[in-house]
Design a protein around this ligand. Structure first.
Ligand code: SF4
Ligand code: SF4
Length: 88
């Protein structure tokens, strides 16, 4: 369920196309998708639960949440559990 719409951008000047962000996103439907050029695409920003995990796994600090509230709406432990629930 969407929690808050945030503006998320990928800095392609930093992105290494590792797609860690696509794999780890804890949002129910996933915020990111792999784009045709190999860069992640922010497909569903309204699904973001602000868990910060994508920031944690990005090796180059290429993800920017522009109107991020600086408060987690879900804690990282709960986010990981939710991620596994989404997979089963
Ligand atoms: S902060 Fe969490 S929910 Fe939002 S895009 Fe990153 S991994 Fe997905
Ligand atoms: S985790 Fe960072 S470097 Fe890797 S694809 Fe996502 S934005 Fe690019």
């Amino acid at each position: 369920m969407p929690v808050q719409t945030v503006t998320i951008k990928i800095r392609v000047d930093r992105c290494k196309k590792c797609l860690n962000c696509v794999r780890v996103c804890t949002a129910f439907d996933g915020v990111y998708e792999e784009g045709p050029d190999g860069y992640p695409v922010v497909a569903r920003p309204e699904e973001c639960v602000q868990c910060l995990i994508c920031h944690t796994v990005c090796p180059t600090n290429a993800i920017v949440h522009e109107n991020y509230r600086k408060t987690m709406l879900i804690n990282p432990d709960e986010a990981i559990v939710q991620r596994y629930r989404n997979m089963i």
